[in-house]
Design a protein around this ligand. Sequence first.
Ligand code: AMP
Ligand code: ZN
Length: 113
Amino acid sequence: MEDCLFCKIARKEIPAEIVYEDDNIIAIKDIDPQAPIHVLIIPKEHYESILTVSAGNNIISEIHIIANRLAVKFGIVDSGFRLVNNCGENGGQTVDHLHYHLLGGRSLSWPPG
Ligand code: AMP
Ligand code: ZN
C-alpha cells in the first residue's frame, strides 16, 4: 500500500532497526519500546489486521515461529515474554498493517491496560 507506514518500512523507504528479515516477514525494534525487548513482527504483504487474513494462509504461523526464534535471539525464553496483536480501535491498534508485538525483559502485568 502506497501510504502505509509498515509497507514503507518493509520496502526500506523509511529507516528502521531491522532485527530479522526473510521473504515474507520483517521484524524491527519498536520506536517507542514498552519493555527492554520490544520487537514488531510484520508481514511484508499488507493486511489491515488479523481480520483480513484468510483461512489457510500461513502468515500467522510464520509470525509465531519467528517470534520464538527472536525470543531465543534476545535471551527472553527463560524469563518469559508476551506476543501481542492489537486489533481495532478498542484493541489499541494504531497502525493498520498487521503486526505482532514481542515484549520481554521485564515482568509484564495482567490484565493489560
Ligand atoms: P499498534 O498500536 O499495536 O498498532 O502498534 C504500533 C506500534 O508501532 C507502536 O508500538 C509504535 O510505537 C510503533 N511504531 C510506530 N512508528 C514506528 C516506526 N517508524 N518504527 C518502529 N516502530 C514504530
Ligand atoms: Zn501496509
